[in-house]
Design a protein around this ligand. Structure first.
Ligand SMILES: C[S@@+](CC[C@H](N)C(=O)[O-])C[C@H]1O[C@@H](n2cnc3c(N)ncnc32)[C@H](O)[C@@H]1O
Length: 386
């Protein structure tokens, strides 16, 4: 049997998945190719996914084009497995004109789920964009494709930029002073710099700060390699950040435990106008929280962890409001990629004395109930900022 006859039988709207595997020559570019039915603007197309060692490349084709391409690709593989809504096919291939097919009827007819493909449309930073720093940081390959293992990071970065974009697009401002506290490898810092300077065409001063000397040294090297003269990295503790000019925007992404509180405190004390903060693990409250009425919840470690995290973020939000910020709690990325998926977004707007007193009272009653106070509250109180 010729492979084309089989492909003509299976490449239709009943296709669930096709897999070419067991490559004949190890040096061949793709060790596996899969094909699935997807819907683009309501039209059924076949999406090929070609896997190299480091990335997955996609190609969308009409049903006829897919058949012709798969005939060519099949030449390089010894095996093909196909699943349709009614049958499975295990195919051994000597070459494309000499194949052995074992076809089985499925016990239950399977409903084929057609994936909707809107990926390109959704992302501000799309695959193929010339962001050379992301190549140095290992998120993009040399030809600006996403490295397979960095796909979650890429989604996180895009989501962060999307949330910044929602605010920035409504502003008529030409210059931004931005700090990224606990920047680590600084994927986000570089992407923010790219977004503001290349996409929004704004003037900026962007600073990333982290405790780790070696990481900061590398980030400064990458920034100067690409001539990013308004992007700098400082090694040191967030609490020691000194700035001669007001901060327009403070960002943190997974700044560990109380580093988020220290960053928020610093932003509040410097009167930063905008805050975008995705907190990390929360250990502080977890070790203090206690309430008789909740003992049946807190006796379960996992529930105590999650409740402490939610309470900590709620208290941070309340404190930001007390300090005159308008606060939104947003979903950052879905749970599949990271459990640390809440973004605290805040914009300075001012607050009346009465409201401030009411919100502070509310917070103190709550803190007494759970026997816990977050680091941000302690810092603001200790510095007489409440
Ligand atoms: C989990 S990493 C996140 C890094 C980066 N934002 C990202 O999302 O890839 C947290 C970073 O916060 C830094 N950090 C923690 N406490 C800090 C502090 N007090 N001052 C500066 N950096 C701090 C750590 O060194 C670490 O690199």
């Amino acid at each position: 049997m010729h492979i084309k006859d089989l492909l003509n039988e299976v490449i239709n709207t009943n296709l669930d998945k096709l897999i070419l595997s067991n490559v004949k020559q190890k040096s061949y570019d793709y060790h596996k190719i899969t094909a699935r039915l997807v819907s683009i603007k309501g039209e059924a197309v076949i999406q090929l996914e070609k896997f190299t060692k480091t990335q997955a490349m996609h190609e969308n084709l009409s049903l006829d084009e897919a058949i012709n391409k798969l005939v060519l690709y099949a030449e390089y593989y010894k095996q093909m497995d196909v699943y349709t809504s009614t049958h499975s096919y295990a195919v051994k291939m000597k070459n494309i004109t000499d194949i052995h097919v074992s076809k089985k009827q499925l016990q239950n007819v399977k409903q084929v789920k057609v994936k909707s493909q809107n990926r390109e449309k959704q992302y501000i930073l799309s695959e193929g964009m010339n962001i050379p720093a992301l190549v140095d940081l290992g998120v993009f390959t040399k030809d600006f494709k996403i490295v397979n293992t960095k796909y979650d990071k890429y989604r996180q970065l895009n989501r962060f930029i999307e949330m910044i974009d929602n605010v920035i697009s409504k502003e008529d401002k030409d210059y931004y002073h931005i700090v990224d506290f606990g920047c680590g490898k600084s994927y986000l810092t570089f992407v923010i710099y790219y977004y503001f300077t290349q996409i929004k065409k704004k003037r900026v001063k962007v600073v990333g700060m982290d405790l780790k000397d070696s990481v900061i040294k590398h980030c400064n090297e990458v920034a100067s390699k690409y001539g990013y003269k308004d992007l700098h990295f400082i090694s040191g503790d967030i609490k020691d950040y000194v700035s001669e000019e007001p901060i327009d925007m403070m960002v943190t992404l997974h700044a560990c435990d109380v580093a988020t509180d220290i960053a928020m405190f610093h932003a509040i004390s410097k009167d930063a106008r905008l805050l975008f903060s995705v907190p990390c693990c929360h250990h502080e409250l977890n070790s203090n929280i206690k309430a008789d009425s909740m003992s049946f919840v807190l006796k379960h470690g996992i529930l105590k962890d999650r409740l402490s995290a939610i309470y900590t973020d709620a208290m941070r939000g309340q404190l930001l409001e007390i300090c005159g910020y308008n606060v939104d709690m947003l979903e950052y990325v879905d749970d599949e990629g990271s459990l640390k998926n809440i973004m605290v977004r805040a914009k300075k707007q001012g607050i009346s004395k009465e409201k401030k007193a009411r919100l502070l009272k509310e917070l103190i009653v709550f803190e007494n109930e759970i026997n816990g106070k977050c680091m941000l509250h302690k810092l603001l109180e200790g510095n007489k900022l409440l």
